[in-house]
Design a protein around this ligand. Structure first.
Ligand code: HEC
Ligand code: HEC
Length: 302
């Protein structure tokens, strides 16, 4: 019902308002023209006066009236040719969406071959091509900065792409695979399995791995829990597993924050980082350029 009612209602509403306004102006103009002074007669006051300024009933100057007629004719002509009245399409068939499509096609025709050329250059080489990296930066700002930040340094839950710490690997092809297909991390919630005490102890152990001073008894109890439950993904050495995106827990780099409370929360309730796939959205050529751009961020020229 709303699907039918809304366009019809708004079309009527807008058309009546717009056309009504235009014809009302026309009526005012024509009726204003009827005021004519007889030869020898001087303009009389209309009775409106303010601060010594008086309104007289002089006729409107013709050049002004004709200009007004012209703008009305222009407005009506414009409304016939272009979509201005609700869902009415206009005789030229122009639409902003259509216009956008044409611009996208033109851009594709203009830049497509260039992107194809870039896409044939290996990622680590392309990362040294300044013109390509300016393009990559533009893609990044438009498509990735909302999550990773315009400087790509990330934020809580969104990894920093400028360091050499990688959840899924920093080799050119690994980066490209991440961007093309997206990534879904699955860090399970451990509270139901190991209880509050367990969470507290294993968090102490995890923090001790990156050199934090933690109570020895908690660390010892936590280590046992870790070896039973966590090594499957994070590894015996807790350095993580890039095939799963399981974070390295021995460095001082934290995706979700490294204070004790946050680490306990991560372990108790789990985390599910989601990196959206870009293959459909951007296409393979642009992703190739973006992969080179991301690669360049942590491989600055010597
Ligand atoms: C099924 C595999 C899996 C198991 C088992 C697992 N983890 Fe994780 N863990 C992950 C993944 C994947 C991530 C990354 C989550 C993300 O990126 O959203 C992660 C992230 C973390 C983080 C956050 C690191 C950061 O940088 O913020 C901590 C802490 C952590 N795990 C601790 C543990 C502990 C302690 C255990 C055992 C009780 C455990 N994990 C068991 C897969 C696992
Ligand atoms: C909706 C938010 C979002 C957008 C948009 C986004 N990302 Fe991500 N990205 C993430 C998250 C979250 C992760 C971490 C996934 C995890 O926790 O396992 C990630 C991970 C990555 C990684 C892997 C980092 C590592 O350490 O292995 C790369 C590379 C990456 N993104 C590049 C990009 C690029 C390039 C774009 C733009 C085309 C982009 N991302 C757009 C959210 C986003």
């Amino acid at each position: 019902m709303a699907d039918f009612f809304q366009p019809v209602f708004w079309t009527l509403f807008i058309s009546l308002g717009t056309l009504g306004g235009i014809f009302w102006m026309l009526y005012l103009l024509i009726s204003g023209r009827k005021v004519k002074l007889k030869p020898g007669e001087t303009a009389k006051s209309t009775g409106h006066e303010w601060d010594g300024i008086e309104e007289l009933n002089n006729p409107l100057p013709s050049w002004w009236v004709w200009m007004f007629y012209f703008t009305i004719a222009f407005g009506l002509g414009y409304l016939m040719l272009y979509p201005g009245l609700g869902v009415a399409k206009g005789m030229l068939g122009w639409s902003s969406a259509g216009n956008h499509e044409i611009e996208v096609k033109e851009a594709q025709a203009k830049y497509g071959p260039l992107y194809k050329k870039y896409a044939s250059i290996p990622i680590d080489q392309l990362a040294r091509n300044e013109a390509a990296m300016r393009t990559g930066n533009r893609f990044f700002v438009n498509n990735c900065a909302v999550c990773h930040g315009s400087d790509a340094r990330g934020n809580r839950g969104f990894p920093n792409l400028t360091d050499s710490d990688w959840l899924y690997g920093g080799k050119p092809e690994q980066i490209k695979t991440t961007i093309l297909g997206g990534r879904d991390a699955n860090m399970p919630a451990w509270l139901p399995v190991i209880g509050e005490e367990g969470v507290k102890n294993v968090a102490a152990y995890v923090l001790s791995l990156s050199g934090r001073d933690m109570p020895a008894d908690e660390v010892a109890a936590g280590k046992k829990i870790f070896q039973t439950n966590c090594v499957g993904c994070h590894g015996m050495d807790a350095k993580g597993n890039q095939a799963l995106g399981a974070a390295n827990l021995t460095d001082k780099i934290w995706l979700y924050g490294g204070n004790r409370k946050t680490v306990e929360q991560t372990i108790a309730h789990g985390r599910r980082g989601h990196m959206p796939a870009q293959k459909e959205r951007l296409g393979e050529d642009k992703v190739h350029i973006l992969a080179a751009y991301v690669y360049s961020l942590s491989h600055k020229k010597q």
